[in-house]
Design a protein. Structure first.
Length: 257
């Protein structure tokens, strides 16, 4: 196995809206290397987007677009059936808005990472996946895509690869995997098990594998580790994940195209 020499740490950011605050962005930024910024549909608003981009610039953090369904009330976690043209327009609108804020700060758009139920729709619906991939390519040829590891076997990812886009596998150490290496999404939110999450990070850095719910090990190809900024112990977990990576002798840095 090729030794992992560097890993990215990413976090969903800019998810506040008006006077409603979501996440601990200011505390998280020093701990991460890339930020997935909400684009105003599932979370965020123009003022929050601009402020979050400026914080990313201040901390030297790369910025990716985190587009979701137009569903502020449901935080983008409710599936909405859309036609291919609607999917393409939804992505173009949101990614284009964030890119405008980045342009004003002289920053590039590093990647695109679909959010929540929109991610699931792009994964499960072939027509939506194809339309989404082509819309992203038309707007940003060659831009990286962040996708839950293992990032293979979907029309969305396959089409983007064929169009020349790198697809970066995203590891979720605080979530469980089945024996096929697929994320097991819990409907009931529970407190993060820090020991489990850090154990998954150590195992991945050591062997390129993670533990499954069945107690076995499964191979995992990932270039980034996702930490969440909205839990009770989010900052503490992010700091511990970063320290675990450093202790393993692995560099913490954004993925390069």
């Amino acid at each position: 196995m090729t030794r992992i020499s560097a890993i990215d740490i990413n976090c969903d950011m800019g998810e506040s809206f008006g006077n409603w605050v979501m996440g601990r962005d200011e505390e998280m930024f020093p701990l991460i290397t890339t930020a997935n910024i909400a684009c105003g549909f599932h979370a965020g608003d123009p003022t929050v987007m601009r402020r979050t981009v400026r914080m990313a610039k201040q901390h030297g953090v790369a910025v990716g677009a985190h587009p979701g369904y137009h569903d502020l009330e449901g935080f983008g976690r409710r599936r909405i059936q859309l036609g291919p043209d609607e999917v393409g327009a939804l992505l173009t609108y949101q990614i284009g808005a964030l890119r405008a804020f980045l342009d004003t700060e002289g920053m590039p758009l590093h990647h695109v990472k679909p959010h929540g139920a929109l991610y699931s729709f792009l994964r499960d619906d072939e027509a939506a996946g194809l339309a989404g991939a082509r819309a992203i390519h038309a707007l940003l040829p060659g831009v990286m895509i962040y996708w839950p590891a293992p990032a293979f076997g979907t029309v969305f990812c396959d089409e983007l690869r064929q169009l020349g886009h790198p697809v970066v596998g995203d590891l979720y150490p605080d979530l469980s995997y089945d024996e096929n290496g697929t994320l097991v999404i819990k409907r009931k939110i529970t407190e993060t098990d820090m020991d489990f999450a850090l154990g998954q990070v150590r195992q991945f850095l050591k062997s390129g594998q993670v533990h499954t719910e069945a107690g076995t090990l499964v191979d995992m190809t990932a270039g980034s580790i996702c930490v969440h900024g909205d839990g009770d112990h989010a900052v503490e977990l992010a700091a511990a994940v970063r320290q675990t990576v450093v202790d393993a002798g692995v560099a913490v840095q954004a993925v390069s195209a």
